[in-house]
Design a protein around this ligand. Structure first.
Ligand SMILES: Cc1cc2nc3c(=O)[nH]c(=O)nc-3n(C[C@H](O)[C@H](O)[C@H](O)COP(=O)(O)OP(=O)(O)OC[C@H]3O[C@@H](n4cnc5c(N)ncnc54)[C@H](O)[C@@H]3O)c2cc1C
Length: 597
């Protein structure tokens, strides 16, 4: 059975040596992020991940969820584990204290979430979606709706879902047909069928609060006629107690490739009572609060699963004896050397390690921007941070999931044939990671959002801010000889590739939108690599400083520098290939007639 070890030392290095979060006193709440405080929180979260969540990951996959007389049974142990998370206050960490939350930073939430998701992605989806529903209601609900639903969602007594998809519409939500009929008392009757609804029905909580997109009778066609409704499984009485069962049932639980322990449900609404959230026909805008948060969460899932797979692959490569090192036996007393002596196995592992370490720093940096957006003392900084978060959201979602899946596959490769056998758990990592590239908008849709909406946003100001930040960082560190050749130079080159791609899109894309869209996924990867290059440069700076000052374990810091050099020299040059593809424009992709496929 695979195991999970919380990377506590790495988080300390990222938070306190690389990003120096305790110095960011202009962001509200960061003054409490001392190394002792974050260390204590992460240690407690990591203990639950390793000892409670990880041991249920494989059994949850084997058992899956069962639909019995309209009730979904989660796998053995899930109810207790979920109750433990609830009692420990983990779902409420980042939530508003006015509703019972602890008001902690998104940064700490991201670190905790990544560890717990690495240990058991399917289980953590129940609370992840609940947090998304909480955020949408917090941002767009009436005071009465907030008072009714938020305290229960925050405490985890109730859970939440997002209901967008219908059989005939996933990406193109303008086609959706679920109807909402206004009633005299101000409520609506919701009728329609939603498919693929994660955590739509289960036995972990007393009530399930569905956020549902539907079309009010007489609303305009397309996406301009969609409204958002809150539809509880059990109606809620005035005093907050549970009332009658509402007209919503789960009619099917999907058999699927991975995340077997998270129920993917068909939800049938038959005159279910719901209430409008936000304004009529502005439902997509309101739902985007939940979708944007979910996109970041899914990017985190890609990273988290790859990190768990990597840990197991590294352990296996140290133990499994096979072949001899080409330069002479490493373990002459054993019948063979461990896999880790072979250059190609090391390549597989370093691809993973450099992604996992760099990805954690990248994600932590984005989480800091989220905190700055919400809590920075200076409104101008809040706005700047919000623009950056919007720009980087499709990169986090698209890049971390595509790479996370690819690298979970590489971890499986390290196991050879054993990786293909379910018992080792490596197949589950690959199967679980696969959905992250699809739900919450598939990679192509993220790339479309990045190139079509986020790049031109505010006349290109957010991407210019990003470029200025990278340029400023390189300039500020140009005298640091430990960084110059192996980090700053490749970062500069990669950032230039990104700028060249952006200029190409602006020029060629104006003439033919397909010239930009044909290269949009390449751009997403190019952007992701530059973010990782920046993350690695920051980590290298922190590691070099620690070595110079003689603080801590030199082996640890040297390993960071070696891994960083690997990323910068072997992975980052992919930006040139991506740029070359982008610059071929529309023709290679669009020339073949549809009937020739
Ligand atoms: C396990 C699982 C859990 C899910 N959970 C939820 C949930 O909780 N709530 C919910 O509402 N939905 C959920 N979904 C649905 C999921 O979000 C959709 O499946 C996804 O958004 C893609 O929509 P689709 O399946 O209709 O694919 P389609 O929209 O048919 O797209 C098919 C392919 O075409 C591409 N494509 C489509 N349009 C464009 C375009 N304009 N430009 C470029 N490429 C395009 C897509 O990227 C995709 O690769 C879940 C799905 C699964 C499988």
């Amino acid at each position: 059975m695979p195991s999970y070890e919380p990377p506590l030392k790495d988080y300390r290095f990222i938070l306190h040596e690389t990003l120096k979060v305790h110095d960011e006193t202009a962001i509200g709440g960061y003054e409490e992020l001392t190394a002792d405080f974050t260390g204590a929180v992460l240690e407690a979260a990591g203990k639950i991940a390793a000892e409670v969540l990880a041991p249920l990951n494989q059994s949850g996959d084997v058992q899956g969820c069962r639909l019995e007389n309209g009730v979904v049974r989660t796998p053995d142990g899930f109810r207790d584990a979920f109750a433990l998370l609830r009692e420990g206050g983990w779902p409420s960490m980042e939530c508003d204290p006015d509703y019972g939350g602890q008001g902690m930073s998104a940064l700490l939430g991201a670190c905790v979430g990544t560890m717990q998701t690495a240990a058991n992605m399917a289980l953590m989806m129940y609370s992840g979606l609940t947090h998304g529903a909480y955020s949408a209601l917090h941002a767009h609900g009436t005071e009465a709706q907030k008072a009714t639903y938020l305290p229960k969602l925050v405490s985890g007594t109730w859970t939440g879902t997002m209901n967008l998809t219908e059989a005939h519409c996933g990406t193109d939500l303008g086609l959706l047909r679920t109807r909402a009929e206004p009633q005299d008392d101000g409520s609506y009757h919701i009728t329609g069928s939603k498919i693929f609804i994660s955590a739509g029905e289960h036995d972990l909580a007393e009530n399930i609060i569905h956020l549902v997109l539907a079309r009010i009778k007489g609303a305009p066609e397309g996406s301009k006629g969609i409204s958002l409704f809150v539809v509880p499984k059990f109606l809620v009485n005035e005093d907050g107690s549970l009332g009658e069962r509402n007209g919503v049932v789960c009619s099917k639980v999907e058999e699927k490739m991975g995340i077997h322990a998270n129920a993917t449900c068909t939800m049938d609404y038959d005159n279910a009572v719901g209430w409008l959230v936000g304004e009529e026909n502005k439902g997509l805008r309101a739902m985007f609060t939940m979708m944007n948060e979910a996109r970041l969460l899914v990017g985190m899932q890609g990273l988290a699963v790859a990190s768990a797979a990597y840990q197991n692959a590294a352990a296996y490569a140290r133990e499994r004896l096979q072949g001899r090192a080409v330069t002479g036996a490493a373990n002459p007393d054993d019948p063979a050397d461990p896999l880790i002596v072979h250059a190609d196995v090391r390549r597989l592992l370093l691809d993973q390690k450099s992604f996992v370490d760099g990805g954690r720093t990248f994600l932590s940096w984005v989480a800091m921007l989220i905190d700055a957006e919400k809590r920075h003392a200076d409104p101008a900084m809040r706005e700047k941070a919000a623009d950056m978060v919007a720009l980087l959201t499709p990169v986090v979602k698209g890049f971390l999931t595509e790479e996370g899946y690819r690298l979970a596959g590489q971890a499986q490769q390290v196991f050879g044939g054993a990786g293909y056998i379910e018992e080792t758990g490596m197949s589950q990592f690959v199967r679980d990671a696969r959905i992250t590239m699809i739900y919450e908008g598939a990679t192509g849709v993220q790339a479309l959002d990045l190139v079509g909406r986020k790049l031109p946003q505010k006349m290109g100001q957010p991407i210019m801010t990003f470029f200025e930040y990278v340029k400023g960082y390189i300039k500020a560190n140009e005298d640091d000889l430990t960084l110059a050749k192996h980090f700053l130079e490749p970062l500069k080159k990669a950032s230039k590739d990104l700028q060249a791609a952006a200029v190409f899109f602006m020029q060629a894309g104006m003439k033919n939108p397909n010239a930009a869209l044909a290269g949009s996924v390449d751009f997403l990867h190019l952007f992701g690599h530059v973010c990782m290059g920046l993350a690695w440069t920051k980590m290298a700076k922190a590691a070099s400083l620690a070595l110079r000052e003689g603080t801590g374990d030199p082996d640890y810091y040297n390993a960071k520098l070696t891994t960083g050099r690997y990323y910068m020299s072997r992975i980052l040059p992919e930006t040139a290939l991506r740029l070359a593809r982008i610059e071929t424009g529309a023709e290679p992709v669009m020339d073949l007639p549809a009937e020739a496929f």
